[in-house]
Design a protein around this ligand. Structure first.
Ligand SMILES: C[S@@+](CC[C@H](N)C(=O)[O-])C[C@H]1O[C@@H](n2cnc3c(N)ncnc32)[C@H](O)[C@@H]1O
Length: 324
């Protein structure tokens, strides 16, 4: 795919490196979910949601602040009726739009998603999918097929690797190629908000099998299968190596459904509230952001890792990371 645009790259460099401001707004666009996945903490939280008008005003302000990429990501964007209106507004402001969905409402709402440039769907397995997500795999695939119809922009299947789906991974990669979509992988993050009993049940127990599985992803990536992750990242996932300088909060402004600006999805340290103004919060939180990143034990969320490696101009990632 690789839609590399020199204009976008120079805008990103200007914003991130010269202005020292984030390029992406990652927004908890709603507060509820229609799936209750064991490994996810978001559906359990009770939060308010911003009104449509407040979100449009936030987008106006984000544009003035230099944000060029709007990502609707939690808790389940397709539960929000005004999603197309919000995405269209971001587009009108010149932003690239993206979202991630669990796909449960994809068949019903696929026709509304031409305002989404980058559409990601969580697909955490094939045979194991129903156990993990509680939905029939065929229904999910029907939703992805519906989303593909008449769509010029890419679709990405995102798979979180866990102890439950190791046997499905190769099959999933072949399926992505057959369906003409992209696929990404990321490591299961054992968040402290979820009980150890859950991690004992769904986490990686057989490490040799896990390493073999990630090695097969690396091999298929080298063979040209449509895997977006860089080899550097996949090797870090295999080795569970979190040794990278994190720039997540330099790149992504993380805003919750009730308007709090948080450091990132791992360090939910509040930096301020949108009502204080993005620029004010940003300028006042410089020290806090630096300290939070420095004291973090790390993660392997691919958006954070690949983004941070790109920020530091890591050549292999620049050459092989296949998403925007
Ligand atoms: C929080 S979900 C929100 C979007 C949507 N509801 C979905 O299921 O894709 C965003 C992404 O986070 C991933 N995720 C949730 N909990 C995770 C965890 N503990 N470790 C790794 N990824 C996780 C999901 O699989 C999904 O790809």
């Amino acid at each position: 795919m690789r839609t590399f645009s020199p204009i976008l790259a120079s805008q990103a460099l200007w914003q991130l490196r010269i202005k020292k401001r984030p390029f992406v707004l990652s927004h908890g666009i709603n507060a509820k979910c229609n799936m209750h996945c064991d490994f996810c903490e978001y559906w359990k939280e009770e939060k308010d949601e911003m009104e449509t008008g407040d979100i449009l005003r936030l987008l106006d302000e984000a544009k003035r602040f230099g944000i060029k990429y709007y990502n609707a990501w939690t808790v389940e964007p397709l539960l929000r009726d005004d999603l197309p209106q919000i995405m269209a507004y971001a587009r009108k402001l010149g932003m690239i739009t993206s979202m991630i969905t669990n796909g449960k409402l994809l068949s019903q709402r696929a026709h509304e998603l031409d305002v989404v440039d980058y559409l990601s769907v969580s697909v955490d397995g094939t045979d194991s999918y129903k156990d993990i997500r509680g939905m029939d795999f065929d229904d999910l695939l029907a939703g992805i097929e519906a989303a593909k119809e008449g769509r010029r922009n890419p679709i990405l299947m995102n798979c979180v690797i866990s102890g439950q789906n190791l046997d499905d991974i190769e099959q999933l990669i072949h399926l992505a190629r057959e369906m003409g979509v992209w696929i990404s992988f990321e490591a299961l993050h054992q968040s402290g908000d979820i009980g150890q009993d859950v991690w004992d049940r769904i986490g990686i127990q057989d490490t040799a099998k896990y390493e073999r599985t990630v090695n097969s992803i690396i091999r298929l990536k080298k063979e040209g299968y449509p895997i977006i992750n860089s080899l550097t990242y996949l090797k870090m996932v295999r080795d569970r190596n979190m040794d990278f300088k994190c720039h997540a909060a330099d790149i992504i402004l993380n805003i919750t459904s009730d308007g709090w600006i948080e450091h990132c999805r791992v360090q939910k340290e509040r930096l301020g509230h949108v009502s204080e103004g993005l620029e004010n919060v940003w300028n006042a939180s410089k020290e806090k952001r630096a300290m939070t990143a420095r004291d973090c034990n790390g993660c392997l969320f691919f958006g954070y890792v690949e983004g941070s490696l790109l920020f530091d101009f890591k050549p292999e990632v620049m050459a092989h990371y296949e998403w925007i």
